[in-house]
Design a protein around this ligand. Structure first.
Ligand code: FAD
Ligand code: SIN
Length: 537
């Protein structure tokens, strides 16, 4: 098939909250391609449960939301970024509602049928401030955004299109400052690698939960955006801070099903198998402490007891309330034979969120001209060493808006450089599938066992050596054979593993989500210091 150059004004990689919000904001300014590797709704966004944190109640304040975010971030957040995102949140939420998003509401007490937004609570929040659509907030966000996108003729969605690599002036050997010119994309339906060009490219590819054996993330979360940006020479920050969600359903048939922190926000209590409420001794906020603390306490309770899970108990609440507030969690658990109104839920921690990422300003700018990054793929400084629950959907909304504003204030010049098509190997490898799936499993298990909730230098070094060997092998068949999305994802999770390990080895302290037994305390010299990795260009 002929490989034509497809030209647009904007290329957006990813169709979660970050990519779609940005798309809607630039729709009136030119032709926009949204490239997404599976179907359009498949994203971390689609599975978000708890909701979006924003100050909308009179009992709350920006100051309190800022303070909670800084506290959870364990000294590493950039305060000016936190303030911007918190203060601009309510306006972005209002726009989302205007667009058609339906948040859950409740009756206002003592009014004649008056209604207001229902506010949930989650770990580390001092107030009720989580806007939600029952326990399927992400599904409702995707529905509303995709409906709005469908109404815009300038927006074109390319499903089953897998972004392989960024095209930069540097990569093409032009002697000029690095600028992003486009992307090579594998059309998974035809197997052809297509060339897309645009003066603005937005990375909105989400996180990397699939680097770990156990994760709450869907299969798309293989860290492709961070890997692409790293290969293109962009700085990557704070990758050691991988957030483990304390409560993923523990059941042999359940793949990646989250039990929202909102369950604890409504009174759910963590217990060991013998009924002990072990969070009482771990933190004054007990089961609602920040996530890093809860995940470590569960890990430690499981190691102490030898059990392979703990329990989350909300049976003391009325069944009607549980079913009404958490219909999806109730129905899903029931499918597995667990009636959460009558019995505690077996849960374990699982990899959930990437706090680091491509280093950006709060307006999504990266160090490479024309390349922006927004959402989980980016590291703006909001989350520091541990993200406060429900702050990531908020960050994506605010930063997508800011990035679009920035671009309209300073539009880029057109691209008048020649962009060659993709060159790939031609061989098919009969062994490839088994090798790919073996290497994939090996990386994910290695990361779970050696680079998990509790780390040591020795385990990190071991993991580093093993990943380097695997990378050499992956590199060999990457160049020799026709590319497939399996090989591309494998190459990317190996890069992500390398970045996480290298970042963890560089930080000689325990802070937030990076807990290392060789340095059990925070080191004041590392407060406010990011771990930045950059490939020499
Ligand atoms: P995503 O929504 O993950 O979208 C990424 C997109 O990029 C997808 O469309 C994907 O297919 C595409 N993509 C990836 N790689 C490629 C490639 N190579 N080529 C083409 N396309 C590609 N956060 C909150 O704030 N509140 C919550 O309640 C909450 N609950 C959560 C529950 C779960 C189970 C999970 C997994 C996460 C939750 N989070 C929550 C985190 C939050 O959902 C994510 O951080 C956020 O949705 C990320 O949005 P995004 O647009 O950056 O990425
Ligand atoms: C949850 O519902 O527990 C997830 C919230 C989040 O990750 O922010």
């Amino acid at each position: 098939m002929k490989n034509e150059l497809r030209k647009f004004d904007f290329l957006i990689l990813g169709s979660g909250i970050a990519g779609l919000s940005f798309a809607l904001r630039v729709a009136s300014r030119g032709r926009v391609a949204i490239i997404t590797k599976k179907n359009r709704a498949e994203s971390n966004t689609n599975y978000a449960q708890g909701g979006i944190a924003a100050v909308t109640s009179r009992e709350d304040s920006f100051e309190m939301h800022v303070r909670d975010t800084l506290e959870a971030g364990a000294g590493l957040c950039k305060e000016s970024v936190v303030r911007t995102i918190v203060e601009e949140g309510p306006a972005r939420i209002a726009e989302l509602i205007e667009l058609g998003m339906k948040f859950s509401e409740r009756e206002i007490p003592r009014t004649n049928g008056g209604r207001e937004l229902d506010l949930g609570k989650e770990g580390g929040h001092s107030k009720r401030r989580i806007l939600h659509a029952k326990d399927v907030t992400g599904r409702e966000i995707e529905r509303a955004l995709l409906a709005a996108v469908a109404a815009q003729p300038s927006l074109e969605i390319f499903e089953d299109h897998f972004a392989i690599d960024l095209i930069t002036t540097q990569k093409l050997g032009y002697a000029m400052p690095s600028r992003c010119l486009g992307v090579y994309v594998l059309n998974r339906r035809t197997g052809v690698v297509e060339t897309f060009a645009a003066p603005i490219v937005l990375l909105a590819t989400g996180g990397c939960g699939k680097v770990y054996l156990y994760t709450t993330n869907p299969d798309i979360a293989t860290g492709d955006g961070v890997a692409m940006a790293y290969r293109a020479g962009a700085p990557i920050a704070n990758m050691e801070f991988i957030q483990f969600h304390p409560t993923c359903l523990y059941h042999p048939r359940a793949k990646s099903f989250l039990i929202s922190e909102a369950v604890r926000g409504e009174g759910g209590v963590l217990k060991s198998l013998d009924g002990r409420e072990f969070m009482d001794a771990a933190h004054p906020l007990k089961s609602l402490a920040p996530r890093d603390i809860v995940a470590r306490a569960i890990d430690s309770d499981m190691k102490r007891s030898g059990a392979d899970h703990v329990l989350l108990d909300i049976t003391h609440k009325p069944a009607r309330f549980i079913i009404e507030r958490f219909p999806n969690i109730y129905a899903t658990c029931l499918q597995y034979g667990i009636d959460i109104t009558k019995e505690p839920i077996p849960v374990v921690p699982a990899a959930h969120y990437q706090c680091g990422g491509v280093l950006t300003s709060v307006g999504g700018e990266t160090e490479i001209a024309g390349l922006y990054a927004v959402g989980e793929v980016a590291c703006t400084g909001l989350h520091g060493a541990n993200r406060l629950a429900s702050n990531s959907l908020l960050e994506a909304l605010v930063c997508a808006h800011r990035a679009a504003e920035k671009i309209s204030a300073q539009p880029p010049g057109p691209i008048d450089l020649e962009i060659p098509g993709w060159h790939s190997g031609h061989a098919h490898n009969a062994d490839e599938l088994v090798v790919v799936s073996h290497n994939w499993d090996e990386i994910r298990r290695l990361m779970w066992d050696y680079v998990g909730i509790v780390r040591t230098n020795k385990r990190l070094q071991r993991a580093q050596t093993r990943i380097a060997n695997l990378q050499a092998e992956i590199q060999e068949y990457y160049w020799d054979f026709i590319v497939t999305s399996d090989v591309l994802e494998l190459r990317n999770i190996a890069t992500l593993a390398e970045l996480i390990i290298q970042s963890a080895l560089q930080r000689p302290e325990s802070r937030g989500l990076n807990f290392n037994l060789d340095y059990p305390e925070p080191n004041p010299e590392w407060a406010q210091r990011d771990t930045v990795l950059q490939k020499s260009r």
